[in-house]
Design a binder for this molecule. Sequence first.
Ligand SMILES: [Zn+2]
Length: 292
Amino acid sequence: MKRGCPNIDCRYYQKNDYIVKDGTYYRRDDSRFIQRYKCKHCGKKFSSATFSLACHQKKRRINFKLNALLASGNSMRRSALLLHVHRMTVTRKLIYLAKKARQLHQERLNNLANQIEHLQFDDLVTIEHTKMKPLTVTLAVDAKKRTILGAEVGQIPAFGHLAEKSRRKYGYRESQHKDTIKRLFESIKHVIKKDALIESDEHHLYPQFVKSFFPASNYRQFKGERGCVVGQGELKKVHFDPLFMLNHSCAMLRANINRLIRKTWCTTKDPKSLKDHLDIYIEFHNRYLIPA
Ligand SMILES: [Zn+2]
């Protein structure tokens, strides 16, 4: 037991001085006996489960499997069907699993502090329910090991022949692209080496942010080649792709996160859930899918 008394008004808050064991209870959900504790100073009772992220859950046994299913190209509804649980359970667990994945990812990033020498980043476009409401996912990848360092989601206005129609139907749609890039760089700036090599395509917004976040870096932009393989827009059919590591990761996101697959019935309804789903996949990707 690491944490002491959870009572914030207690003189021994977070201290173990007056903590004694206070019996156990049987947790039917995963057939385990859980140790209870009591603070003898203030009388507060708690258990070793109190501080867990999974506290009060009733279906702990499916957590691991659901995480793998969601990171392996299954929709939320299909995961619910395969695991014999209600789809609301999956909706709730998506939030829990994402929280857990973010914690693990943060630990991974903290261990990588100032170590990334070669960064590639780019945007991937997807939609929120309809093509008239596009979303952008800004993605950063370590080009040496293919570790995904982070991804952020933001809305962008519709473009091309749908722009006019979208404005008529849904009104003005603000672009959050700048905030998305800012948030991403903010979250990864401590892992990037000062003189790192940073690469991206020729988007006009990128240079200003690279300059302000990584002023000493060696920044190079490449002319983007349009994808020609149907369904895998990010994997180019050219002889040499300078942004291969990044485009490969984008293609893996598209293949393994159901709602990002091109031409699919399954679409994002809430950008927040897309972010959660991305975080679950990123942790799974970095843990199991790339060489250690
Ligand atoms: Zn106490």
